[in-house]
Design a protein around this ligand. Structure first.
Ligand code: CA
Ligand code: CA
Ligand code: CA
Ligand code: CA
Length: 403
């Protein structure tokens, strides 16, 4: 993945197991492959729709974590219904894993704010390595390597289209794709500086760009998924030729586009919600105790309900949430989660799943909490700043405990 400034053998470019990127996976579709990223529910991988060539059949997902390598088959694939392969628009897909991912694979939340432009991001993927000076190594035959690099989101693809017009043969939907250019540090290769006057000479040896095989891979801002790699382009306008070699090979002077996750959070969230098994749909059905299980993970659910009336029916409501240890310990008994829950228009409730870790060790029953804060668009009631709910994990492995 990822063409970089220095050679791919440089440790700065590796995203080795244990460095926080173990939820970035290889997605194999027939003889084709790309990259994907494990979402906050531990069961879904977000990737690019174009890997499936419009046919959402199946995929195999390869994990590389501190526990070694593992392969999971898909239980299904969902493409965004509006995916447009001709224009490269809405290029997102979800791969549903047949079983929960290993707990050593990080789960990631979505970057939900629309302030991505100007921010530094970290791209991670399994595509072809190479350098900015000479482009991707098309004859690379080694094992797929998980590599990383940084760049800055400089513009929206719609802005390029407005400026370049017919120079671009496709029409991105404004507000849905983020673009970065591969800077060498020289103004001659500053593609967005020269093409749309969005100058910036890059991040030195940390700069990079995606290459074939990185499609579907994440770009993280502050550890949250802000973009999904979609395509690269070598653009020229009249006598302005920023690409260092004129070939489409992820070299200095090219640009890449990421599908903008903040613009698609409703489709992602609601797709996940529709896939939770046995999720409660009313307060009376919420299970406050959950059986631990013996392997893998299973869900404990929290249900958030809004009982008011929106002043604007299109308003998004949200709360922030985070788990907190009781007698149970995050990372041993359950997987901690923290994020923002959005209730979209026409939605007055949603569940927050927390993964419970199964094992066969006799333990006492244990508890943990979910704290909910910062309501936007509604309130918790006079004087209430935090709502807390507790769940109990029931031991199912025998043992005798006093208490
Ligand atoms: Ca750049
Ligand atoms: Ca630049
Ligand atoms: Ca090139
Ligand atoms: Ca057990």
């Amino acid at each position: 993945m990822v063409t970089t400034v220095t050679a791919y053998t440089d440790p700065r470019n590796r995203a080795a197991a244990g460095e926080g990127f173990d939820g970035v996976v290889r997605v194999v579709v027939g003889s084709n492959y790309g990259t994907g990223v494990l979402l906050y529910d531990g069961h879904a991988v977000l990737t690019a729709a174009h890997l499936f060539k419009g046919n959402a059949a199946s995929a195999t997902v390869l994990f590389e974590t501190t526990a070694g390598n593992a392969s999971l088959s898909s239980a299904g694939v969902s493409l965004i219904p509006s995916y447009d392969p001709v224009q490269d628009n809405n290029d997102l897909a979800l791969v549903w894993l047949s079983i929960p991912a290993t707990v050593t694979a990080q789960r990631y939340t979505l970057y939900r704010s629309s302030d991505e432009l100007g921010q530094t991001m970290t791209m991670v993927g399994y595509g072809l390595p190479g350098t900015g000076a000479t482009g991707q190594l098309s004859n690379y035959v080694g094992p797929p390597l998980r590599l990383k690099a940084n760049n800055q989101f400089d513009a929206d693809m719609g802005t390029l289209k407005n400026t370049l017009g017919a120079v671009m043969a496709w029409t991105p939907i404004a507000g849905t794709q983020l673009v970065a250019d591969f800077d060498s540090g020289a103004s001659n290769q500053d593609a967005l500086g020269r093409l749309i006057n969005q100058s910036g000479l890059g991040l030195g040896e940390n700069e990079g760009l995606v290459a074939p095989g990185d499609s579907g891979g994440p770009a993280f801002i502050n550890g949250q998924i802000a973009g999904i790699a979609s395509y690269t382009a070598s653009l020229a306008l009249g006598s302005v030729h920023p690409d260092v070699d004129g070939a489409v090979n992820s070299s200095f002077g090219e640009i890449a586009a990421w599908q903008r996750v903040s613009a698609y959070q409703q489709w992602i969230d609601q797709s996940l919600r529709a896939h939770y098994p046995n999720a409660p749909t009313q307060a009376a059905a919420v299970q406050k105790t959950v059986i631990e299980g013996n392997s893998g993970t299973s869900y404990a659910y929290f249900l958030l309900q809004f009982t008011g009336v929106r002043s604007d029916p299109n308003q998004w409501l949200s709360v922030d949430y985070t788990t907190r240890d009781g007698t149970a310990t995050a990372g041993q008994d359950y997987l901690s989660v923290a994020g923002k829950l959005v209730l979209y228009p026409n939605e007055n409730q949603a569940v927050i799943p927390v993964e419970i870790m199964g094992d066969t060790t006799p333990e006492p029953n244990e508890t943990f909490y979910l704290d909910v804060t910062n309501p936007v668009g509604g309130s918790f009631g006079v004087g209430v700043v935090t709502l807390t709910a507790m769940r109990t994990i029931l031991n199912d492995d025998g043992g005798i405990f006093a208490g």
